[in-house]
Design a protein around this ligand. Structure first.
Ligand SMILES: C[S@@+](CC[C@H](N)C(=O)[O-])C[C@H]1O[C@@H](n2cnc3c(N)ncnc32)[C@H](O)[C@@H]1O
Length: 213
């Protein structure tokens, strides 16, 4: 059996990769935030974890992998930006999302997935498939069974309470030893909300890499 060499870019705490079968693959995760990378390493000790810039890592290393998953940050694309329009912190949409899609479409010979939230604008490149609140650009189109539309828990965007953290942990099956904070975000729920649901990550991974369906 061929062991797949996989890059998990913008790894976060690895919701997307939680259920990937480590006996069939060797995973390199790249995450910029050292605190988040440390949690990832504890959750998935078999994976290689690199603390660094995934955008630059992709450009330099894409040829080394059979499958690449990238989850670039969604903050500048999300519809929540519409609520920020009067704030001085309002940001341009980060075009590295589209740079990476074009890069992989054009130069990468392996299988790949780039995931982001549904944006507040018409996507500049049509997604290959859609699941719930996420758009997926990919080397492969896959049919999504209705069952998989793993619904976010009620009050998904509510913040902060310990009860909410517990609820998100239960929903994902990922448990944090202590709250961690994403960037300047004041909510300890954000790292959990950032996750692709493990069942979705598993389904896409198995369909695209030819694992069991
Ligand atoms: C949407 S989250 C990833 C979620 C992950 N795919 C999951 O399912 O759990 C994006 C992550 O990218 C990280 N990040 C932001 N900019 C980065 C960069 N330039 N290089 C690597 N990681 C970065 C953030 O710290 C955050 O943890």
């Amino acid at each position: 059996m061929k062991i797949l060499n996989i890059a998990n870019l913008y790894a976060g705490i690895g919701g997307n990769a939680k259920e990937w079968d480590r006996s069939k693959c060797k995973i390199t995760a790249v995450e910029l935030d050292p605190k988040i990378a440390e949690v990832y390493k504890k959750l998935y000790p078999e994976d290689t974890v690199i603390v660094g810039d995934a955008h630059e890592y992709l450009r330099k290393h894409f040829r080394e992998f059979d499958f690449i998953w990238a989850s670039p940050p969604c903050q500048s694309h999300t519809r929540l930006q519409l609520c920020n329009q009067h704030k001085s912190s309002l940001k341009y949409p980060d075009m590295s999302l589209y740079q990476e899609i074009l890069w992989l479409q054009t130069f990468f010979r392996g299988k790949w997935v780039i995931e982001n939230v549904k944006p507040y604008y018409k996507p500049l490149i049509q997604p290959t498939f859609v699941i719930g609140r996420h758009y997926f650009w990919s080397s492969d189109f896959i049919m999504i069974p209705g069952l998989l539309k793993t619904k976010s828990p009620k009050g998904f965007t509510d913040n902060n309470s310990l009860k909410k953290i517990k609820e998100l942990e239960e929903w994902l099956g990922i448990y944090l030893e202590k709250p961690i904070y994403y960037g300047n975000n004041h909510s300890p729920c954000q790292v959990l909300r950032n996750c692709v649901h493990p069942e979705i990550g598993k389904y896409i991974f198995e369909k695209i890499t030819g694992g069991k369906s």
